[in-house]
Ligand binder design. Structure first.
Ligand code: IVH
Length: 685
């Protein structure tokens, strides 16, 4: 290829890549697949490698790869980068509008304003000479900032070269560098996975990323830019309004907010503020208010500046979403599943439009990660309807001597609600109250589970009834169900004599059950139906189960250390033993010896795993059929699995079965294994 040919091709490629870059990063509307973009980019890089002296700083290949700096240079702003005065209330906005009208000598006019989001990022200035990006600087103190050109080049939405016809010989564009919410989340997720530093909010993440001396780091951070105005411009006639300038910048391929509007008078401003506020949480970037600018540039010039802020513009702020406050105590809430959730009691603080005095700390891992201690000064965040959270601790303000780390188990060895022992299963983030059946906090959940169809199967005992029974103090533990009488039940809301009679009959019927169902009904953490069945088969009697220690429990098929610990903790809790005793005294019974017998039936001793949707059988039905035929259903595929039954959309279990060479059946295959039909169904376990 001749030099002129290479040059022409390079120019064409750069223009094409710039175009697609704008479609992708600014308009969010790409017109070619990524692979095609990558192909263009590769061709460019290869050609530049062959002709190194034809590489230009505005080439799209130059967004990455610059050498790290020792320090940032200083840039003096030719026009100072000022700040805005703030308005917090409608009255502040009305006062601003009145000042504008009066200063312009049009006290009765409805002024036209350009209204736009107030981006929560960092102000920067971009300098373009003959349409080429030559310098980018931070705001600094408003008069001089830092030269962050190499870092800004890595921001894909910032054009490196302006390609329109009316590009001025000198143009300074001002705007905000920020990180989109989704990029922020991803950055923090990656950092968390690596055990690295997480940022408190997108603004801090953007600031931290822009002020990197190594542009390669900035490049990985995915920053975005939005233009909101211009600085010095030479050699073109500008549009007469701010809105016109924004449209012009958009034509030059700068990203500008789609949410910008032209509105009239104070009513227009306030309506805009509320509309934007309602959409705030759906926007891809964070904003902290709206900015109102007198639209007419001649009027702007007439209004001028006071001190360091323009008289023609104002920032109308939403209530702060982050504030500082002090952790006065850390307490726990006991949830419906017995989980103890730590809650920070805060010195009340007004944030996000409400007074916040509590924030959840989720679990011990979260407390450890954030290292929140009693007495700490913390950043509290409340965004919209989101529950308040502690973003981080201000370590400089930690009291001296340092308060100890907070350990839930140490502070709450027993449940604050019922006094049962609190335990943390190995490998689990949550700590739990072990008083499952007895703990008032867990009562409703425990009762619903106890009565559910595949547990004790008390037909008709639903949520509304359980709510009433517990709220009226009629039922404290499942054993109390067996003491209910007709007049009491008939007196409940939405109950008549007949339905009360039906419920009593269902309760009575549930007394005759199987050991597996009974164990499942206890609601032991980590014990589902399959494990309950294993336990019943293995121990054969409740007394044998109650006598088992962790080691004995681990002998049960599919019971590992975590599940064994969880069962042992539950059964070690005297309150739970009391309830189990009360249930037996109330007449709940099953055939004790059934468990040790080898189950009969054509599938005796065979272990099945179900995956995907079967054409006619529901998962529960398939399980019942297999169990009725003496087989066992397990949740995961292992070498011990005899068959995997796969339906439509099977999960990874099918892959695993195939990898291990385990026979895979469809529904018809399963049904044929179940014949001959004269199978005796021994369901006494
Ligand atoms: S116009 C004379 N428009 O707010 C100042 N600023 O408090 C002209 N900001 O430093 C600024 N969004 O970083 C303007 N749509 C917007 C803005 C905006 C965010 C920031 C900017 C500035 C600060 C002023």
């Amino acid at each position: 290829m001749r030099r002129e040919e290479a040059e022409a091709r390079l120019n064409a490629l750069r223009a094409e890549i710039d175009y697609h870059n704008h479609r992708y990063y600014v308009l969010d509307d790409p017109v070619i697949p990524d692979a095609e973009y990558d192909r263009l980019m590769r061709e460019l890089v290869d050609l530049e490698a062959a002709w190194p002296d034809l590489v230009t700083p505005d080439s799209p290949s130059q967004r990455v790869g610059a050498q790290p700096l020792k320090e940032f240079g200083e840039v003096r702003h030719r026009m100072p980068m000022l700040s805005l005065n703030n308005a917090f209330t409608d009255a502040d906005v009305a006062a601003f509008d009145r000042r504008v009208r009066e200063a312009l000598g049009r006290p009765d006019a409805a002024i036209e304003y350009a209204a736009e989001p107030k981006f929560d990022g960092l102000a920067i200035a971009l300098h373009y000479e003959q349409g080429r990006l030559v310098q980018g600087a931070t705001r600094g103190d408003g008069y001089s900032g830092e030269d962050v050109t190499a870092n800004l080049r890595t921001v894909h939405s910032i054009p490196l070269r302006l390609r329109e016809a009316d590009v001025p010989p000198w143009l300074e564009v001002r705007g905000e560098v920020l990180m989109l919410k989704r990029d922020f989340q991803r950055l923090n997720e990656e950092a968390r996975a690596r055990g690295g530093k997480v940022f408190a909010n997108p603004r801090n993440a953007a600031a931290g990323s822009l002020r990197q001396l190594d542009p390669n780091i900035t490049a990985q951070r995915r920053l975005t830019f939005f233009a909101y105005g211009i600085g010095r411009v030479e050699g073109v006639e500008l549009p007469p309004t701010h809105a016109g300038i924004m449209d012009w910048l958009a034509r030059l391929r700068f990203p500008v907010a789609a949410e910008r509007r032209v509105v009239n008078g104070v009513d227009g401003l306030l309506a805009y503020f509320r509309e934007l506020g309602a959409r705030r949480h759906d926007l891809p970037y964070e904003i902290d208010g709206a900015v109102y600018k007198v639209n007419d540039l001649a009027d702007q010039a007439r209004l001028g500046f006071v001190a360091r802020a323009p008289r023609f513009a104002i920032a109308h702020k939403y209530p702060a979403q982050e504030e500082l406050t002090v952790v006065e105590a850390i307490e726990v809430n006991v949830g419906r599943t017995g989980a103890l959730t730590p809650v920070a009691r805060l010195r009340p603080v007004f944030v996000g439009g409400v007074t916040v005095s509590n924030a959840t700390l989720h679990n011990q891992d979260e407390i450890d990660r954030k290292d929140v201690r009693v007495g700490d000064t913390v950043i509290v965040r409340r965004a919209g309807d989101v529950i308040p959270e502690i973003v981080g601790v201000v370590l400089d303000r930690r009291p001296k001597p340092e308060p100890p780390r907070f350990d839930i188990l140490q502070h709450y060895p027993v449940c604050p609600v019922c006094g049962s022992r609190v335990v943390r299963a190995e490998g689990e983030a949550v700590v739990r109250c072990s008083g499952g059946l007895y703990c008032p906090a867990q009562r409703k959940q425990a009762l619903l589970h106890f009565a559910s169809r595949r547990a004790m199967d008390v037909e008709g005992l639903g949520e509304k009834l359980v709510d009433q029974l517990v709220d009226l103090g009629l039922v404290h533990t499942p054993a109390d169900l067996y003491r209910l009488d007709l007049p009491t039940l008939a007196g409940l809301e939405r109950m008549a004599q007949k339905s009360a009679g039906n419920l009593l009959a269902a309760i009575e019927k549930s007394k005759h059950t199987t050991l597996a169902r009974f164990i499942y009904a206890l609601g032991i953490p980590n014990v589902g139906e399959a494990t309950a069945g294993d336990l019943a088969r293995h121990f054969g009697s409740l007394d044998a189960l109650l006598a088992a220690d962790v080691e004995a429990l681990q002998q049960v098929q599919d019971v590992g250390p975590v599940v064994a610990r969880s069962i042992a903790d539950f059964l070690a809790e005297p309150h739970n033993r009391q309830v189990i005793g009360a249930l037996r005294s109330a007449g709940v019974h099953w055939a004790e010896d059934a468990g040790q017998r080898t189950p009969a039936g054509p599938l005796a001793g065979k272990t099945f795993v179900l995956t995907g949707t079967l054409p006619s059988l529901a998962r529960d039905q398939a399980r019942d059929l297999i169990e009725a035929a003496g087989g066992k259903v397990s949740g995961s595929v292992s070498k011990k699995t005899d068959y995997v039954v796969a339906g439509a959309d099977p999960g990874s279990k099918l892959d695993k079965a195939q990898a291990l060479g385990i026979p895979v059946l469809d529904e018809a295959g399963l049904l044929s294994l179940l014949s001959p039909p004269e199978t005796t169904q021994d369901r006494s376990v």
